[in-house]
Design a protein around this ligand. Structure first.
Ligand SMILES: [Ca+2]
Length: 281
């Protein structure tokens, strides 16, 4: 075969099978995007994968993180996000947000409930047309091991009272001896607090807090009280930084009935997974 014929055969091969390759690539592109992580299995789909390319996603501690890319070929302005997931921010900021062509779109939303949820992203495309894309996710909220007590620590059994709570992420979730339930504040405002009733006065000398690994940047004080009205501060400026194990804060033994965790600053939502208190008598 001459060089010219070889080149021609190569060209014919590309023309014959090149289209098949493009077709396969396109089909794979619109297939369901499946993501598995050790803590949560999430399946996300995009209603418009030719403009909003899904690149990944996860749900941890009731917070969904969805990574997409603007492949529409032009600048877009996301003007609103609504649906089953709430409090969504884009690339760390509230909408409206401008996304340049080729730029990543990192969505962070709160997932109030396990199961299938959908968000609708309304945006203006480069031609000034308003469009909507739907992203559907099937969130299985994180499950990990429950908390064990030791060294005089135990789960406070009385009532928990919190400043605010988000949807089903209620106050009692912060002291139910389970690492798969959470108390989450209604929004991202500070401060927030939660206090526990020990039922009667006890000698209190320590608090253990479990936080999720995405929430190791909350600054808190520990206060105690006899009447849940006048509080005495026993620890200040504590930041539980371990997102896997209990974080322990000991303080001078104080007689009190109520123990309060006062979160003075949390960069996002306030979240506490579980609480134990060291007390005697
Ligand atoms: Ca819990």
């Amino acid at each position: 075969m001459s060089l010219k014929k070889k080149a021609q055969a190569g060209l014919e091969y590309l023309m014959t099978y090149g289209w098949a390759l493009i077709l396969v690539t396109a089909v794979v592109g619109v297939l369901v995007f499946l993501v598995s992580t050790p803590v949560a299995e999430v399946k996300f789909t995009s209603s418009d994968p030719l403009r909003f390319l899904l690149k990944g996603g996860s749900v941890n501690a009731g917070v969904a993180e969805i990574k997409m890319q603007n492949i529409s070929g032009g600048k877009m302005t996301i003007t609103s996000i609504s649906g089953d997931y709430v409090g969504c921010i884009v690339n760390g900021e509230n909408v409206p947000t401008v996304i340049n062509t080729g730029e990543g779109i990192d969505l962070q939303c709160t997932v109030p409930a396990e199961g299938t949820g959908e968000i609708n992203i309304v945006y203006t495309d480069f031609a000034g047309l308003q469009r909507t894309v739907s992203v559907t996710g099937n969130a299985i909220v994180e499950v990990d091991s429950g908390g064990e007590s030791s060294a005089g620590y135990s789960t406070p059994g009385g009532t928990a009272t919190c400043s605010t709570f988000h949807s089903s992420f209620i106050c009692p979730n912060a002291h139910d001896n389970s690492f798969s339930t959470y108390w989450i504040s209604v929004d991202q405002s500070d401060p927030q607090d939660i206090y526990f009733d020990l039922g009667s006065n006890k000698f209190v000398s320590g608090v253990r807090i479990k936080v999720h690994s995405s929430y190791t940047d909350q600054t808190m004080n520990i206060d105690v009280s006899d009447n849940a009205a006048n509080w005495t501060n026993v620890a200040t400026g504590w930041t539980p930084t371990d997102g896997v194990n209990w974080n322990e804060k000991t303080f001078t033994e104080t007689n009190a009935r109520y123990v309060r965790v006062f979160i003075s600053n949390s960069p996002g939502y306030t979240l506490i997974t579980d609480t134990q208190i060291k007390s005697r008598g």
